[in-house]
Design a binder for this molecule. Structure first.
Ligand SMILES: [Mg+2]
Length: 216
């Protein structure tokens, strides 16, 4: 798989370009502490985190009868939003985006993150100019990215076979399959390499390895 095979890179945001792993664990631990539930460390987070988020919350021990999912979801997002600027881009994000642009690839972001906040944080890091489209949800709950992705591909007007989706979770692989686009997974985010490989994904340990394999 080399760069010229694809004309467009669709990037996932959280965990793929943005390194928000520690922040997600911290915010969730505060919620767990409030209810005296067992805390997360990285290994437990990697084991339990998945989409749909509702099932993940149940695995963490939240009692749906006492804490409804909508309320938990809002509590997490409020905690995350208050601290969102503590996260940084992954070490190689800027370099890889610049190299892909220099290689003539077009790039977009497809994220379950809220549209307005997504645009704002991408601008905050000064990387908005790399993207033709920045596509997030209009709603704060993490629904599937498939519908958004279908809209984005229609907008791009290029065949799905010319597109490579780059993500960090098994959900990204499922989305790519549903969209009919190729997928590369970076094991430096919300899912560990073994879980990504078990899903049948094409896995790279980090963005530098992804870039090297694609001649970027
Ligand atoms: Mg992600």
């Amino acid at each position: 798989m080399s760069a010229p095979r694809h004309r467009h890179l669709i990037w996932d945001w959280n965990g793929t370009l943005l390194d928000d792993l520690t922040l997600c664990i911290d915010v969730m631990n505060a919620m767990l502490d409030r209810r005296q539930l067992p805390r997360l460390d990285l290994a437990r987070y990697h084991e339990l985190f998945d989409f749909p988020v509702r099932a993940y919350y149940e695995r963490l021990g939240f009692n749906p009868a006492r804490d409804n999912f909508e309320r938990l979801s809002i509590e997490f997002i409020t905690g995350y939003e208050a601290r969102r600027l503590e996260s940084t881009l992954h070490r190689d994000s800027r370099r890889v985006l610049a190299a892909a642009a220099a290689a003539g690839l077009q790039q977009s972001i497809l994220s379950a993150y809220r549209q307005e906040t997504l645009r704002e944080i991408v601008q905050h890091f000064g990387i908005a100019t790399y993207f033709d489209h920045i596509t997030g949800l209009d709603n704060i709950h993490a629904y599937s990215k498939v519908t958004l992705g279908q809209d984005l591909i229609r907008l791009l007007g290029i065949p799905p076979g010319d597109i490579l989706l780059v993500g960090d979770t098994r959900h990204d692989l499922e989305v790519a399959r549903e969209l009919g686009v190729d997928c590369a997974l970076i094991a430096a985010g919300h899912h560990p390499a073994d879980r990504l490989r078990a899903g049948g994904g094409h896995v790279f340990p980090d963005l530098a390895a992804f870039a090297a394999a694609h001649g970027l």
